[in-house]
Design a protein around this ligand. Structure first.
Ligand SMILES: [Zn+2]
Length: 388
């Protein structure tokens, strides 16, 4: 195994590091962040491969450093220095207690108290959505590639997508597929499959824009939805938060600019109330998440100037790092332009969404306050309506 190391600037935030890891993973090596050295270590199976990819990897990081140089994260609420009790080996203890059952890397069942807490958090966000006038809606997990191609969404982290393949509908192939399902024949399975026409969705809000495609909005709209989303993760990173399937509650806004803006401000206040109720250790800040792959520097300047994406990042004390548990996204007219969604006056609608990763949020609370709910701060239990 051949390794290379790339030092990172001290000012790189956890979000910057996540971006860098995702970008480097595209080159096929295993990427590991060393907090001690503040560097990224990339491992390749052979020296040849390392030599071939090294210049590209260094260029990616230099581009990221240069594009970030003028745009350190803007922090809206900062509770990164408060003390929380903390916990040790939280994921392992939740598994031992039976709350989490691991099926495969990043794929879990949830039951017991973890499940209850996840439901309470979801209920809290959902009730907040209802207070904004949200319509409840269920969307499918499959999403059409053809429809997604109206946006540049697919180009955003293509390596994270999960594609849906289906058996070819022909008798000869159907008998062949039975044989190919045996583990020793699996290499031939692809011959009997067709597609993909769909992917498993990576975000809960995408169907909203498709449902309103090529239409004029009669009024401002708020939707609330919850469901499973999925994304591919790097198998070398075994941390619990690298979920390949997760529940996402989203509140989605579509309509006039002032309407979307005022709703997103209320979402921002909701985040602040949640942080204060804990109090939770973390920050609510602008994110570098790359919504589009090209024109990195221009986009990041745009995101910063418009506060296009804000993230709630909660501290995982046992690992001295933060993880993203919620985001507030201003799409301006990105989706309405892609799907031709107009206002009655002929202008393009605006959209935005407020998204919670429910398992990550639940996990972060256990990491900050321990596995015994009765010992959690009363303010947090009251906020979540936990009865003891
Ligand atoms: Zn969304």
């Amino acid at each position: 195994m051949k390794k290379m190391e790339i030092s990172l600037p001290k000012w790189f935030s956890d979000a910057d590091i996540e971006t860098a890891v995702s970008a480097l993973e595209c080159y096929g090596g295993k990427v590991h962040f060393s907090r001690l050295e503040n560097s990224l270590v990339v491992e390749f199976p052979s020296d040849d491969q390392l030599q071939r990819e090294e210049p590209s990897l260094r260029k990616v990081i230099n581009d990221l450093i240069n594009s970030n140089h003028c745009r350190l994260a803007e922090v809206l609420y900062d509770q990164s220095t408060i003390d929380v009790p903390g916990s040790q080996d939280t994921a392992r203890m939740l598994k031992e207690r039976g709350d989490i059952i691991e099926h495969d890397f990043g794929i879990y069942s949830y039951q017991g108290e973890f499940h209850m807490l996840k439901s309470l958090l979801d209920k809290k966000v959902h009730e907040f959505g209802l207070s904004l006038g949200a319509i409840e809606i269920d969307y499918p997990n499959f999403i059409s590639l053809a429809k997604l191609r109206r946006t540049s969404f697919l180009e955003h982290y293509p390596q994270l997508l999960n594609f849906v393949f289906t058996p070819k509908q022909n008798h000869e192939y159907l008998s062949g597929i039975t044989a190919a399902l045996k583990p020793e024949n699996q290499a031939h399975l692809h011959k009997f499959l067709e597609g993909p026409e769909h992917i498993c969705r990576s975000s809960s809000c995408l169907h909203t824009y498709m449902n309103h495609a090529d239409k004029v909005l009669e009024k401002n709209l708020v939707y609330s939805t919850v469901g499973k989303c999925s994304r591919q993760e790097n198998p070398s990173d075994k941390n619990f938060e690298r979920l390949r399937e997760f529940s996402m509650r989203e509140i989605i806004f579509l309509g006039e600019s002032e309407f979307v803006e005022s709703q997103l401000t209320r979402c921002s206040d909701f985040v602040k109330n949640l942080m204060v109720a804990g109090p939770l250790k973390g920050v609510f800040q602008t994110s570098n998440d790359l919504f589009f792959p090209d024109q990195l520097a221009a986009l990041q300047f745009y995101q910063k100037s418009q506060r296009a994406k804000l993230e709630l990042r909660l501290q995982i004390p046992e690992e001295s790092k933060t993880i993203s548990v919620a985001s507030l996204n201003r799409h301006t007219n990105y989706f309405s332009n892609s799907y031709s969604i107009a206002l009655p006056n002929g202008e393009l609608a605006k959209s935005g969404c407020f998204a919670f990763g429910l398992e990550r949020l639940t996990y972060a609370l256990y990491c900050q306050f321990g596995l015994r709910l009765e010992q959690w701060p009363q303010s947090l239990k009251s906020f979540l309506n936990i009865g003891y």
